[in-house]
Design a protein around this ligand. Structure first.
Ligand SMILES: *Cc1c(COP(=O)(O)O)cnc(C)c1O
Length: 493
């Protein structure tokens, strides 16, 4: 079983990393995991002298053991050598008494680029000439854009993106409709993110769809349920630690806290993987918006999504079913796949599940969780800009609020806040927070924010208005299957 991936819901499954990336998702509806993850350690003694790419190599090599060294090196080169606007890829900035890890320097200005520049590189080395893959992706805004960009015109791969109507920002929508790959498709659905994600998961297991698209076309995922997207996210936790060492902010081995704005639980799970692999992390601080299902879970040990879905100023975190939470439950139950299967089935049928007290206690050893209201998002954006001259996007502001809440516990460890998107992706919220009268157009709002803050506008966002947009598409949830079928037919007639 060493170094084979298994399913969170069936420990008889044992497949290679390549197969796990190709499939995305296990047939039993579980997610792929490495059972022996905590035995795989990364040596941090010489982190300081390593580039981002070298750290990425160390991590990918051990977690994707059936890829050759050449394949991994070429994938890292292909993913990062010229697509980020900062040589450090994920630069760490010191702001007052804490640090911000900027994850938004990729081609679509959100952290999703880190994983989604890599996933197509890996996928390309997994499929052979006869195989075709249609990637299905549910997005709360940023994954869709980053996936469309990452998979654009990749051979033998098509992509279909579903996003919630009125559930993404104007900039995110514009980014998605200016991608124009011959293999890219994007549509709004009449529903929220959870509807999109749940129905995409159903399509993976839909036999009639599989028959309709033919034997040589398979379906896969670009969401963080795919290990090929999740694993590259472990890298920046180690790289952040390296930057702290380089700046003399910590001594090697000293523990730090990371605060992570959380939706589908992919980002913060990558942090937990980094901890299991030996990175000195004290607490991982989970920051939710008002869709605070996980925060309630921390209080009661009950995960209950029977509540209203709230549209917030941090729309990429408007999620109530955090898929990757299942992976945490797998590790926290010591790989008890039968247990995970039973509680996940409860969640699917009743919208509610409860864990054993010892599992909750063990989760609380590693994590803290709290949430932030829309009012506080605006307040914190304003405060941090006024006090420290740093401009945060609304998701990062959620993290900031919760990080400060946690600090009241008197924990003295150094804090790193993950910044998950550029503030220019969420200009309405940011304008309001700064007290700017919203411009008459998005372009004007962007210029107003820039004039007030001097915070750099990412080139890809500045260039959005020079591009022609596709006409927006909108479908009912029940037509998602037909949509995928048509996309496959169009692409591989
Ligand atoms: C996707 C996203 C998140 C949530 O990340 P998860 O990995 O889904 O928890 C937070 N902020 C932004 C800007 C995002 O795009």
């Amino acid at each position: 079983m060493q170094n084979k991936y298994t399913s969170t819901r069936n420990d008889k499954v044992a497949i290679d990393a390549k197969a796990a990336i190709y499939k995305g998702f296990s047939d039993d509806k579980g997610l792929f995991v490495l059972p022996n993850l905590k035995d795989i350690k990364i040596n941090i003694d010489n982190l300081q002298t390593q580039s981002y790419g070298e750290i990425a190599y160390q991590i990918l090599k051990v977690l994707l053991p059936d890829f050759s060294a050449e394949e991994i090196k070429a994938s890292i080169q292909g993913a990062y050598h010229d697509s980020f606007d900062d040589d450090k890829i994920t630069p760490l900035k010191k702001v007052a008494d804490f640090h911000i890890l900027e994850l938004f320097h990729g081609p679509t200005s959100a952290f999703k680029d880190v994983g989604l520049q890599m996933l197509p590189q890996l996928m390309n080395r997994v499929i052979n000439d006869e195989e075709r893959v249609m990637i299905l992706t549910a997005t709360s805004g940023d994954t869709g854009t980053a996936a469309l960009k990452g998979f654009k015109d990749i051979n033998n791969v098509g992509i279909s993106v579903f996003y919630p109507e009125n559930g993404v920002s104007n900039i995110q929508e514009k980014q998605m409709y200016t991608t124009f790959g011959k293999n890219t498709n994007v549509t709004a659905i009449s529903g929220n993110f959870d509807d999109a994600q749940t129905n995409v998961k159903k399509l993976f297991n839909d036999e009639t769809l599989k028959q309709a698209i033919g034997k040589n076309v398979s379906l896969s995922s670009a969401n963080s349920i795919n290990i090929g997207r999740l694993i590259p996210q472990i890298v920046y936790y180690f790289d952040a630690y390296k930057q702290l060492l380089q700046n003399g902010d910590i001594k090697n081995g000293q523990k730090v806290n990371f605060t992570v704005p959380t939706g589908n639980f992919g980002n913060v799970l990558a942090g937990y993987y980094a901890k299991l692999m030996g990175l000195p992390i004290n607490k991982l601080i989970i920051a939710c918006n008002q869709n605070n299902v996980i925060a309630d879970f921390f209080n009661h040990g009950v995960y209950d999504r029977n509540r209203d879905f709230i549209k917030t100023l941090a729309p990429s975190m408007d999620i109530q079913i955090s898929s990757n939470f299942e992976r945490l439950l797998y590790y926290k139950s010591n790989g008890n796949a039968d247990y995970v299967k039973s509680i996940m089935q409860n969640l699917e049928t009743t919208g509610r599940m409860q864990v054993e007290p010892d599992i909750l206690a063990s989760i609380k050893d590693d994590f803290y969780c709290n949430y932030c209201s829309d009012e506080d998002i605006k307040k914190e954006i304003r405060t941090v800009f006024d006090q420290y001259g740093y401009l945060m996007d609304p998701h990062t502001a959620v993290g900031y609020k919760v990080m400060r809440e946690y600090q009241k516990s008197d924990d003295q460890h150094l804090n790193i806040l993950l910044s998950t998107a550029s503030p220019y992706k969420f200009i309405q919220a940011v304008s309001k927070a700064l007290g700017l009268s919203g411009g008459s157009s998005d372009q004007e709002s962007i210029q107003n924010i820039h004039a007030k803050t001097g915070f750099p506008i990412p080139t890809n966002i500045e260039n959005l208005w020079k591009q022609t947009s596709q006409r927006p598409s909108h479908i009912a949830v029940k037509d998602m299957k037909k949509y995928v079928e048509n996309n496959v037919k169009e692409l591989w007639k």
